[in-house]
Design a protein around this ligand. Structure first.
Ligand code: AP5
Ligand code: MG
Length: 201
């Protein structure tokens, strides 16, 4: 079994950006809740119609709907050899549910990669991305709301995972390459300490 890791961080911290490096290095499945939800909205599926108002407003999708959509992906990735979760879990209730998903397989998460940067850096990145991202939530008003939602509902997960001894914190205001280099080194160390073999190597 390979790496099992979670990317945790506010909007614009670089979860998607760093995910590409981690997935390439460790050969695990990238499970991005936001990408999955946006795909449903773009395709106009029944579930996409339910998700759209939350995504546009920058509000959290209710936990039961999130779990309905993510449980199979996370379980499949676990049995396939490892995962990188991006954007999930996002509430303590989701984190507890994610923990329960691993139980039948006798596994838990190796590491939680917390990406941290000041709000003004995050706002600047997302406003710039909004010029051509076509994401309805990349407008200044909605970005500010997403940052508030993160502080209110998701930031408590830092303490949750700190208590479990799996939290790794990174200064994500540096260049993409500098953050990636440090993240990869720390994940390698964590996996080595867990006595796991690298997938596909
Ligand atoms: P989601 O898709 O997860 O979006 P988010 O958390 O708001 O974050 P982003 O994807 O905007 O940012 P990112 O951290 O991935 O940064 P990125 O690498 O793109 O969620 C969207 C919505 O879906 C939520 O609001 C909610 O409605 C719903 N949702 C999703 N999951 C949910 C859940 N579990 N529960 C409930 N609701 C849920 O980078 C951003 C920009 O910065 C890019 O332009 C990038 O090029 C640039 N950049 C990245 N790193 C750097 C760097 N180091 N230096 C300079 N620029 C950088
Ligand atoms: Mg993202």
């Amino acid at each position: 079994m390979g790496l099992r890791a979670i990317l945790l961080g506010p909007p614009g911290a670089g979860k998607g950006t760093q995910a590409a490096f981690i997935v390439e290095r460790f050969g695990v499945t990238h499970v991005s809740s936001g990408d999955l939800f946006r795909l449903h909205v773009a395709e106009g599926t029944p579930i996409g119609l339910r998700l759209e108002p939350y995504l546009s407003a920058g509000d959290l999708v209710p936990d039961d709907l999130v779990l309905e959509m993510l449980t199979t992906s996370v379980t499949d990735a676990t049995t396939a050899g490892g995962y990188l979760l991006d954007g999930f879990p996002r509430t303590v209730a989701q984190a507890e549910a994610a923990y329960r998903m691993g139980k039948p397989h006798g596994v838990t998460v190796h590491a939680v990669v917390a990406l941290e940067a000041p709000p003004e850096v995050l706002l600047d990145r997302l406003v710039k991305r909004g010029v051509d991202s076509h994401r309805p939530d990349d407008t200044e008003v909605v970005i500010r709301h997403r940052l508030d939602v993160y502080a209110q509902s998701t930031a408590p997960l830092l303490e949750y995972y700190e208590r479990r001894g799996v939290l790794l914190r990174f200064d994500a205001s540096r260049t993409i390459e500098a953050v990636a280099a440090e993240v990869l080194v720390e994940l390698e160390k964590t996996l080595a300490a867990a006595g796991e073999q690298l997938h596909d190597r």
